[in-house]
Design a protein around this ligand. Structure first.
Ligand code: GCO
Length: 448
């Protein structure tokens, strides 16, 4: 029995800084990630790794797209580097930067793969950070102008544009914990202000894109902690639903911290005092500026099981973990789409899901990754349940097609279906790549 809709979009995702390289070529301006990786002193990234070369995708468009085609991908979610297109963020446009994305988009279209750009996957132009970055409310104008430039350039070639990827990581990890660029540690009230600026920026960008064409579907990509129930009873599900959207624990890493602004125009009562204090200063006219996205992209890697009291259930000793020690919790893929649909009523993509494994080239010259296959089999099977129970999931975009630069973990973590031998840039499809190609070919039926 087919469990996925016939037009289900199977694909993969990546981000500019994590794979392009060419960090200072053809007029590209510096980004906060260039600065973060190049900062002198104590390395902020493991092993002192940088995205200077990464997977060299900037120079390998044809080879990489051919490999995607050979593995049946129907869509490729990539991000556009803002400073490649507008080196200082709001000034001159860099034609050579746009030309690179022309090549990528055209190669994808020629291969029958839908190009799905994300405008912001964390590489803010350094010149804008110097002006306050996401702390500055003006970012809504800077971002809207950039969005319009992209929408005009790719009009007729892209059907969907995602605005901001994982605002929760941008804010909580970049400006709160300081583990990602720009590496600041600001207090909660400031973080609440930054979240509000993110919501304003998404909305301004959405209006700018729609002014170019109403036909372009605009998406927003949140992330955060999702709670799933200890069993499938209605009481357990209700407790997990409530816990997922409560701001009592990790308020700054919950899906609803931005989505509520965009969709419901309010903050949860459970928000901590510092957030309530900021919320009280928001002028009513700001809520009129909020734009509900056409769809959301949800990035799901793991979740936390909770009991009837909404508290995490005791950890199982020796529970399964990925190479970067994230718990393997496939049931989150069943519940996250259902919970988000129940609260917001929007169609969605699984815009990222995958895992890091300690992949290596075996004696036979191949890369065998049975753990990845097992993990994906479990998660995708749970996704099928969510779809059967009514969650309007339009597609699944695996993170990632190629191994790539994993932010503060550098190159130690390998998330790809395709192994990258960094010294030679040779691509070696892992066993999971062939497995995923089969999943796509059978529209998921081979998992039944
Ligand atoms: C994101 C993610 C990716 C990561 C992936 C694995 O924000 O979209 O952080 O960039 O590489 O989630 O951690």
């Amino acid at each position: 029995m087919t469990r996925f809709p016939s037009d289900f979009i199977w694909g993969a995702a990546c981000a500019a800084y994590q794979c392009e390289g060419a960090w200072n070529e053809d007029g590209k301006g510096p980004s906060i990630w260039d600065d973060f990786c190049h900062a002198l002193g104590e390395p902020r990234v493991k092993n002192g790794d940088t995205g200077d070369t990464a997977c060299d995708c900037y120079h390998r468009v044809e080879e990489d797209v051919a490999l995607m085609k050979a593995h049946n991908l129907k869509a490729y979610r990539f991000s556009i580097s803002w400073p490649r297109v507008i080196p200082d963020g709001d000034g001159e446009v860099n034609e050579a930067g746009l030309a690179y994305y022309d090549r990528l988009v055209d190669a994808l279209l020629a291969a029958g793969i839908e190009p799905m750009p994300t405008l912001y996957h964390w590489d803010l132009p350094s010149a804008l950070e110097a002006r306050g970055g996401w702390r500055n409310r003006q970012i809504a104008d800077w971002f809207a102008r950039y969005a319009e430039i992209i929408a005009r350039r790719f009009l007729g070639r892209v059907k969907r544009i995602m605005t901001i990827n994982e605002a929760q990581c941008v804010v909580a990890l970049g400006y709160g914990m300081g583990t990602l660029a720009p590496g600041l540690k600001l207090p909660d009230e400031e973080l609440a202000r930054i979240y509000h600026n993110v919501a304003l920026a998404h909305s301004a960008a959405q209006r700018a894109i729609k002014a170019v064409s109403k036909d372009i579907q605009v998406g927003f990509v949140p992330c955060g902690e999702i709670n799933f129930p200890q069993d499938d009873t209605p009481e357990a599900c209700e407790a997990a639903y409530r816990a997922t959207f409560a701001l009592t624990h990790r308020w700054d890493f919950r899906f609803n911290i931005v989505l509520d602004s965009l969709m419901l125009h309010r903050y949860e009562d459970t928000a901590p005092a510092a957030v309530q204090k900021f919320a009280a200063t928001i002028p009513a006219s700001d809520w009129d500026l909020m734009e509900a996205p056409d769809f959301i992209g949800i990035n799901i890697y793991n979740g936390t099981e909770v009991g009837l009291d909404g508290e995490p259930t005791p950890r199982t000793p020796g529970r399964p973990l990925t190479a970067c020690k994230w718990p393997v919790t496939p049931r989150v893929m069943h519940y996250a789409p259902l919970f988000l649909y129940r609260r917001y009523g929007l169609p969605m993509f699984i815009s990222e899901n995958g895992l890091s494994c300690n992949d290596m080239i075996f004696l036979d010259g191949q890369v065998h990754d049975p753990k990845r296959i097992d993990f994906l089999h479990r998660y995708i099977s749970e996704l099928a349940k969510a779809i059967e129970e009514g969650a309007p999931v339009l597609g699944y975009l695996h993170w990632s097609f190629l191994d790539n630069f994993e932010w503060a973990s550098g190159y130690d973590e390998r998330f790809g279906l395709v192994y990258v031998d960094y010294p030679t840039q040779r691509r070696i499809p892992k066993d999971s790549a062939a497995w995923y190609a089969k999943v796509i070919e059978t529209n998921g039926d081979c998992l039944n």
